[in-house]
Design a protein around this ligand. Structure first.
Ligand code: ADP
Length: 644
């Protein structure tokens, strides 16, 4: 943001007009240099940016005219003109859209990365108006990649005078009050001098402009007009040609979503997506639909290949652009997407929605509900198709947006879990890759009753958990859960295709034969008093201390009783609430480990020493689980005592 404190204003006279020379804010300067040199690898996109701005300006004016009867517009005259002046090396992009006044020129073009869209939204809140395309506020500056100087001459609708904004790049800009006959904006690009590497004068060539318009801006809904030279037969002649100048419309003006699928190339879809939704990577999937029926609509949706930078921020707004009768009504119609598909970008165009709508009535529009339902099914099917047929893409998708799907399963007490569970993938110990729950259940071992899972911070840490050993020894697969949401999701699901989920750290995990069970029970009974003594020594930290046969090499492990696992305890307690949950921990000691003999001996001979052992064993079981030790100094002292 520019503030009067951080800009220097130099006033000087220029004929009878006043002119202000202002510097871009210093961070803006850096950004401008970055913009010019690195954000866009391809200089030619400057034209796309300016044409999109012109189209936005026309959209804004049309939108205001919907709600403000005093705005007199003639939609037939709305257009964008490209004028080439080869002699002066100037390219002009002109529109008769909403225009900008002095303040807006200052605000929109004086601050890089400042899009007026937000302000437009704010200003129109009371009128329950629609919203206009939200943007980054950097596109305009891309013109400096090819321009040594830019002039923006603009007059806002309903205002008397025009203003001229001029800038030669990072040094700053001036704004001058000038006469301007028509409403709208004219952008004059003074092209840079040609160099050995770059021929800027190409942008004055008719064919270059024609190619660029058809490559990037063909779908813009306003005519982009330019004077071109055409050769035609002279009147009355059969073989004599003459060159005539005529103004033609360069773009087809059919929005991409209205075109027939078979006439659209992959590049066109990708260009449309990257241009409209400001992504530098092409989408993973395109969903283009044309529905004719009780509610007719066309839609073009995209599944991005990565999360936008603001996706996991509170301010991120989901939604699809909504058009009706060629007018953009909302840039983010939230009702069209469920939260769990909030990553989907796209456009919906339907003439079945009434035009004079305020947002409130639109929200209740039953047509909208019908459209949203079918779109949801389309997105779901597309994701399933990706999962089945392009697994690598799906993994990429899931890395970016898996949390959203998981959140969808878990949210609202699992209301949508059945719709989403087939989209979940988890890391499989056996396959060493991600698998679906269906794949897990379809490849159960003989006699395997449960879907086993283990949680931890990383796959490597989980692999080392003592509890994992026993289950893997039976050749059962284990899902390794590393996302903090995973266990909540598993809890909400409860079961999958009749198979229950079972945490390998659950104290009720029971993989023993009858004989093994009996032997273990006897060992526990025989040492009942000693185990109870250890439990008391731990002073309420654990609800039980047991001997176990589930461990191979490790002396101890920590398991839990009941619904809250150690991982869930960590997640819940890390949340910024007052809630402090405690998993019911059980310390299990490996009955085959030689430590048991030592414990028995101490129980008989030196109970004080046994207390110290109990504390060390419990602390090591906590460390294995990734939990901290509450009393590190005490433990460290005990260890030193024992060592010395
Ligand atoms: P963005 O278009 O991403 O918002 P730009 O840097 O391209 O960012 O433009 C900044 C702002 O300047 C726009 O949001 C818009 O308000 C205004 N603007 C740019 N070009 C025009 C134009 N031709 N007519 C009216 N306003 C314009």
């Amino acid at each position: 943001m520019l503030t009067s404190a951080n800009i220097s204003i130099k006033l000087f006279n220029r004929k009878e007009e006043y002119m202000k020379k202002k510097e871009f804010k210093s961070s803006s300067k850096k950004l401008l240099n970055m913009m010019i040199n690195s954000i866009y690898t391809n200089k030619e996109i400057f034209l796309r940016e300016l044409l999109s701005n012109a189209s936005d300006a026309l959209d804004k004016l049309n939108y205001l005219a919907l709600t403000d009867g005093s705005i007199d517009i003639n939609r037939d005259e709305e257009e964008i003109d490209i004028i080439r002046d080869e002699k002066e090396r100037i390219l002009i992009i002109k529109d008769n859209g909403i225009g900008m006044n002095e303040e807006e020129l200052e605000h929109n073009l004086g601050t890089i990365a400042e899009s007026d869209s937000l302000r437009f939204k704010e200003d129109n809140k009371d009128q329950k108006s629609a919203e206009i395309i939200g943007q980054f506020g950097v596109g305009f500056y891309s013109a400096f990649m090819v321009a040594k100087k830019i002039e923006v001459l603009s007059r806002k609708y309903n205002e008397e005078s025009g203003y001229l904004w001029e800038s030669e790049g990072a040094d700053g800009y001036t704004i001058t009050k000038v006469d301007k006959k028509d409403i709208g904006t004219e952008i004059k690009i003074y092209l840079k001098d040609d160099t050995d590497d770059e021929k800027y004068s190409d942008y004055l060539e008719e064919h270059t402009i024609r190619n660029l318009v058809s490559k990037y801006s063909d779908y813009l809904r306003y005519p982009i007009k330019m004077e071109v030279s055409n050769s035609r037969l002279k009147d009355g002649s059969k073989d004599e040609y003459e060159t005539v100048k005529e103004t033609i419309t360069l773009n087809s003006m059919t929005p991409l979503w209205k075109k027939d699928k078979k006439d659209i190339t992959e590049d066109e879809y990708n260009n449309f997506y990257t241009d409209k939704f400001f992504d530098y990577e092409k989408p993973l999937r395109v969903i283009h639909t044309n529905v004719e029926g009780t509610v007719s609509y066309k839609s073009l949706m995209f599944i991005p290949s990565h999360a936008p930078f603001d996706y996991y921020y509170k301010d991120y707004k989901k939604g699809l652009e909504l058009y009706t009768n060629g007018v953009l009504i909302m840039d983010k119609c939230e009702e069209l997407l469920p939260d769990y598909y909030s990553f989907v970008k796209g456009v919906v165009d339907s003439s079945d929605l009434s035009l004079n709508i305020s947002r409130e009535t639109l929200q209740n529009d039953r047509h909208l509900v019908t459209i949203a339902k079918t779109l949801e099914t389309k997105i779901h099917n597309e994701l399933l198709d990706m999962l089945k047929n392009s697994y690598d893409d799906y993994k990429k998708f899931f890395t970016a947006f898996g949390s959203q799907i998981k959140y969808g399963v878990y949210n609202m007490y699992g209301m949508n879990k059945d719709k989403l569970k087939d989209l979940l993938i988890f890391y499989s110990a056996k396959k060493e890759d991600f698998i679906t729950l269906e794949e897990y259940v379809n490849s159960l071992e003989k006699n395997q009753e449960n879907i086993y899972y283990a949680s931890g911070e990383t796959i490597d840490k989980i692999k080392m958990l003592p509890q994992v050993e026993q289950v893997r020894n039976k050749n059962y697969d284990i899902l390794y859960l590393t996302d903090y949401l995973d266990e909540f999701v598993i809890n909400v699901l409860g079961e999958f295709n009749g198979k229950k989920f079972m945490n390998v750290s659950d104290s009720s995990l029971d993989l023993d034969t009858k004989e093994e069970k009996e032997a273990l029970k006897k060992a526990n009974d025989d040492n009942k008093e000693m185990l109870s003594f250890i439990k008391d020594a731990l002073d309420g930290e654990v609800i039980d201390v047991r001997l176990t046969n589930k461990l191979t090499n490790h002396p101890v492990c920590l398991t839990t009783d009941g619904e809250i696992s150690v991982e869930m305890q960590k997640v819940i307690n890390a949340m910024p609430t007052d809630e402090n949950v405690k998993a019911k921990m059980v310390l299990e000691i490996n009955e085959k480990h030689k430590i048991v003999d030592k414990l028995k001996k101490l129980y008989k001979e030196d109970k004080d020493e046994l207390k110290k052992y109990a504390k060390i064993l419990y602390s090591s079981s906590r460390l294995i689980e990734g939990l901290s030790v509450d009393n590190p100094t005490e433990i460290s002292n005990i260890i030193c005592d024992l060592l010395s």
